[in-house]
Design a protein around this ligand. Structure first.
Ligand code: E4P
Length: 214
């Protein structure tokens, strides 16, 4: 399973990459807006640090504008994955951009049928938002299971990128279902590693070792 960091923050990215667990990154307009500065320069820097798939989202709402912005984003670095929202215009743009060889992440996906259409137009990644579904009392992980089943039925190559991850259980459930990728905020990635018994166990080992004559 691939783990991506869902962030536009260089400090967070620089802190995580040396661990060796980060396979890629997702950004979105809200995350990049928080950082300020030249978003293209930030994206370039992120690509140089992560050296893996880096999703960068268009902000146009018409297909023509999305295609133009998608080409501009893709020109920043070979690692850029053009992110388009799931709208009718986004579907058109995904078809056009993937036909010219660009990798596209179709985002803001909330239903199995949206995911089916995204795969049909050649999406490289599809991003179902589990946390935002949970927020409205709908089972986000059920959506992941249904998308995976549909993709397997037809051997679609589109990878399921579980997005809007809020806690470690989302990652664990996504992994059990066989989702290809989970993109997680920095805090969730940190929580994945934590266990109080590891901390107390290590403290005890080190304390006992002090009693051994050196
Ligand atoms: C994914 O690509 C999105 O950036 C992200 O996961 C959205 O998550 P949120 O619902 O926490 O904003």
């Amino acid at each position: 399973m691939k783990l991506f960091i869902d962030s536009g923050n260089l400090k967070e990215i620089e802190a995580l990459v040396p661990l060796g667990i980060i396979d890629g990154i997702t950004t979105n307009p809200s995350l990049l807006a928080k950082e300020g500065g030249d978003y293209k320069a930030i994206l370039k820097k992120i690509c140089q640090i992560v050296k893996g798939p880096t999703s960068a989202e268009v902000v146009a709402t018409d297909a023509e504008g999305m295609i133009r912005q998608g080409r501009e984003l893709a020109a920043i670095d070979e690692h850029i994955i053009v992110k388009v929202p799931f709208t009718k215009e986004g579907v058109k743009a995904c078809k056009a951009l993937s036909s010219e060889g660009k990798k596209v992440n179709v985002t803001l996906v909330f239903s199995p049928t949206q995911a089916l259409l995204a795969a049909k137009v050649g999406a490289y990644f599809v991003s179902p938002f589990v946390g935002r579904l949970d927020d409205i009392a709908t089972d986000g992980m059920q959506l992941i299971a249904e998308i995976l089943e549909i993709y397997e039925n037809y051997d679609f190559k589109t990878e399921v990128l579980v997005a809007s991850v809020r806690h470690p259980m989302h990652v664990q459930q996504a992994a059990r279902l066989g989702a290809h990728i989970a993109t997680c905020p920095f805090s969730v990635l940190m929580q994945l590693a934590k266990h109080p018994l590891t901390d107390s166990g290590l403290a005890k080992f080190l304390e006992d070792w002090k009693k051994v004559p050196q």
